[in-house]
Design a protein. Structure first.
Length: 176
């Protein structure tokens, strides 16, 4: 299952998908953290290495464990339910496979490759959290700019109306 950091924005992202399911099956699977492993494909090609490589991070992680990371890094109020493989089979159209592939051959080439949980944290959840915080900061900044411009616009309107009315009333406008 390939994963990147677009966990809150890309409906095709694995984490986005399971975060929008009401219930998930909690069985460990091999997964591929794309931001970490894609550069390895290029490096293997440059080295002239060929053959079968399982492009998965070492180890396996369950959907529930991925959602725990989602809750920890993205949405502390996030909740989900587990259900059994048998219960899942009653509500899906096609069967699902669950597997843990050996990544020993790839790991031998790239011994710094992270196990799945650590890779998810470093390459997926930490960048996603930083992007979310940046989006929130940008939205807050935009809101304050809009509020300031509204204050300026209201003040300018009051001053213009007072000037146009020929009123002797004094109007004081303070810009925010």
């Amino acid at each position: 299952m390939p994963i990147d950091a677009a966990v809150t924005t890309n409906p095709r992202n694995f984490v986005y998908k399971i975060a929008h399911y009401e219930r998930v099956v909690d069985i460990p699977n091999s997964m591929t953290v794309l931001p970490e492993l894609l550069p390895y494909a290029i490096e293997l090609a440059l080295r002239g290495r060929t053959g079968v490589f399982n492009y998965t991070n070492p180890g396996a992680i369950s959907h529930g464990q991925v959602l725990e990371l989602y809750r920890e890094y993205i949405d502390p109020s996030f909740e989900w339910e587990h259900f059994s493989v048998e219960e899942q089979a009653m509500v899906i159209k096609a069967g699902r496979s669950n597997n843990e592939l050996s990544s020993r051959k790839l790991w031998a080439e790239f011994p710094d490759m992270l196990p799945i949980r650590q890779s998810l944290i470093k390459y997926v959840f930490e960048p996603a959290r930083e992007a979310l915080h940046a989006e929130k900061a940008a939205a807050a900044e935009a809101a304050s700019v809009v509020a300031a411009s509204r204050t300026d616009a209201v003040g300018a309107t009051v001053a213009a109306r007072a000037a146009n009315s020929g009123s002797a009333a004094a109007v004081t406008v303070t810009a925010a």
